[in-house]
Design a protein around this ligand. Sequence first.
Ligand SMILES: CC(C)(COP(=O)(O)OP(=O)(O)OC[C@H]1O[C@@H](n2cnc3c(N)ncnc32)[C@H](O)[C@@H]1OP(=O)(O)O)[C@@H](O)C(=O)NCCC(=O)NCCS
Length: 286
Amino acid sequence: MPRVEVRLLKNVDEYRQCEIVQTHVWGGPVATRELLTATQKYGGAVIGTLVDGKVVGFIYAFLAQYHGNLAHWSHLMAVEAAYRDQGFGFRMKLVHRQVALDRGIKSICWTFDPLQSRNARLNISRLGGLAEEYVPDCYGRFPSLLEKGLPSDRWVVNWKIATARVEKRLRGEAPSFDPALPRVNETRLTAQGFPQNRAIRLNLKDRRLLVEIPAQTDTMRSQAMPLASRWRLEVRRIFQHYLVRGYRVEDFFPPQPATAGRCYYLLQRTSKEQVKRQNAKGKGQR
Ligand SMILES: CC(C)(COP(=O)(O)OP(=O)(O)OC[C@H]1O[C@@H](n2cnc3c(N)ncnc32)[C@H](O)[C@@H]1OP(=O)(O)O)[C@@H](O)C(=O)NCCC(=O)NCCS
């Protein structure tokens, strides 16, 4: 059995290995070993997954302020492709949560691509993160291996690590999928097997709505870029439309028999009072 450790990283050699992971995942290092060293020493956190002593995944988070409160801003997280879907991302988030709680920090924030279903599964449904803002082209267009030059739309996630909601999610308690809910987008599969929107409804008023996204965005970006590009703009239009009407992301359902192998965000309309309070605060905090 390989020896697995998930912990704060300790030295420059481990930070150098994080550069290698970044090169494999994005095509080049974004956070250098110098930056990781300084971050670890002065208030941020660099957490890694080591398999038999080799770094195969990491989190890089710096100290930040979000809506006036002290937070960790988790700018990067990656797991080498061969080690994904083994719970390492989840385990690193749990270690990060404990590190932050021990330091009196109650929010860990980050951004993620709304079309990356694996990230949505981890961030929204397993961890209980709140997708609070939709930012179109957040970092500008960049030619990383994952983004391939598309506009870099992002959810801003606030993971309120000390809340009962998060504890429930960490225990695995979550709503089940209801196939009868109204769907904002109806899709059909292309000849290549990718979902494609054939109808988008922006006039729904029901309290809960489903929004489908593709389950294999990376493959779509490699094999059907025009379709991937359409998805970027269509999903942006859907989320921007419903967010200003008081809807919030309540959950995410990954591919499973109940969803017939498809992926859905669950949007839920908040009450008029909540919307007023959120607007008064300036941002959609819950
Ligand atoms: C995001 C990332 C760090 C997750 O790491 P990981 O170790 O695979 O995460 P986990 O195994 O803990 O969780 C992945 C979950 O997604 C699920 N999943 C796998 N394929 C999926 C898919 N196509 N759609 C939805 N969910 C999927 C897994 O089953 C797992 O859920 P489960 O625990 O309920 O089974 C990794 O995918 C990665 O490095 N991606 C590229 C870089 C990136 O996007 N970083 C984040 C933004 S900076």
